[in-house]
Design a protein around this ligand. Structure first.
Ligand code: HMG
Ligand code: MG
Length: 302
């Protein structure tokens, strides 16, 4: 067991994972205000939008407008599923790209219309090219624990897919519990194995909070040596092609956990909640995270 880190990085995925499954079309200027408020709260790494097919994910159709108007700060990541997405992201002057592949073939088919193997084979030359051209490449590994269609995923299968991307020299692996079915023992085992097998790899854990085990899964991953987590302000999110999955574990609730453990993040709790306040009126559901509720009751969090 690793000792807990002194510092943790939270990679904000609210503007992308958080909003992609939202039924109401959020105005572009509100997304930009949300992103700006998150930057002002101290976020240094953020998934800001996706260059995916607008027929598949209509909410992300304004990706080029977002990129044109966004204020530069830290690492701004865009999701790119294929060559076309990468081309559009380059035209929009993105410098950090995230590719995404499921360990589960069925999920991968539903999400990007390819088998896992087809995806890996078509992404390999694209990633090598991006790396040669100096882009930051993040590989998101979906259904690392469980698939909404196939059920449990063997740990070895996840390690094998991670190895393939690590061999492509991606800058970061973000390993995801897509439908929020992991538990702390599963989180500890997988992240310890990843930490041991890829000691030099920038490694991030991405938990959805379907069964409200997100915080305990994060605590287990911290003990396995992980110090980077994808989180979503307001606990928004979910993949449209992972039925039953709810939002990502909430940035403000993870921040509270980390503060209680004296772990530094550089983030301001009130400012994160103020960012949530910007987007909440446009959402189809209320925000019920513990820290945002307290912020709304008291106007601030000490
Ligand atoms: P396809 O239908 O197989 O694509 O979809 P295609 O290559 O056959 O092209 C069909 C049409 O789409 C063509 O246009 C292409 O030009 C266009 P047409 O000739 O019919 O007018 N097209 C595109 N348009 C814009 N941007 C593109 C693009 N590519 C093709 N990049 C495709 C394949 C990958 C496009 C589609 O399946 C897709 O967009 N999927 C995205 C799904 C998605 O965004 N899922 C959510 C993100 S992943 C996630 O949330 C998980 C994560 O959070 C981690 C976790 O929690 O697990 C990261
Ligand atoms: Mg996700």
């Amino acid at each position: 067991m690793f000792s807990l880190p002194n510092n943790v990085t939270l990679i904000e995925v609210g503007p992308r994972d958080g909003l992609q499954n939202e039924k109401n079309q959020i105005p572009t200027h509100i997304k930009l205000s949300f992103i700006r408020a998150l930057q002002l709260a101290g976020i240094e790494e953020m998934e800001v939008t996706s260059f995916v097919s607008p027929k598949w994910v209509p909410q992300m159709a304004d990706a080029a407008d977002i990129m044109q108007q966004i204020k530069n700060k830290g690492r701004q990541i865009v999701l790119t599923p294929n060559a076309k997405g990468i081309e559009k992201a380059k035209e929009a002057h993105a410098k950090s790209m995230a590719v995404f592949v499921g360990v589960s073939d069925t999920f991968n088919q539903k999400n990007i219309n390819r088998t896992t193997e087809e995806s890996v084979n078509s992404l390999r030359p694209l990633i090598l090219q991006l790396k040669q051209e100096g882009y930051f490449v993040r590989a998101c590994i979906s259904t690392a624990f469980h698939c909404p269609y196939e059920g449990s995923i063997e740990l070895e299968k996840t390690l094998d897919l991670c190895r393939q991307f690590s061999d492509m020299n991606v800058d970061e692996l973000s390993v995801a519990d897509t439908d929020g079915m992991a538990n702390p023992a599963m989180s500890y085992d997988l992240f310890l194995a990843l930490r041991e097998q890829f000691p030099k790899q920038l490694l991030t854990a991405h938990f959805h909070d379907t069964r409200k085990l997100g915080l305990t899964n994060i605590y287990a991953a911290l003990q396995a040596g992980v110090d980077r987590f994808d989180t979503s302000a307001g606990g928004l999110g979910g993949c449209p092609f992972a039925p039953g999955a709810t939002g990502n574990v909430a940035t403000e609730d993870v921040l509270y956990l980390l503060q209680s453990l004296n772990i530094e993040t550089g983030l301001n709790m009130n400012a994160i909640c103020q960012a949530v306040e910007i987007v909440e009126p446009y959402l189809s559901r209320p925000i019920e995270t513990a820290m945002y509720q307290q912020f709304k009751r008291e106007g601030h969090i000490c």
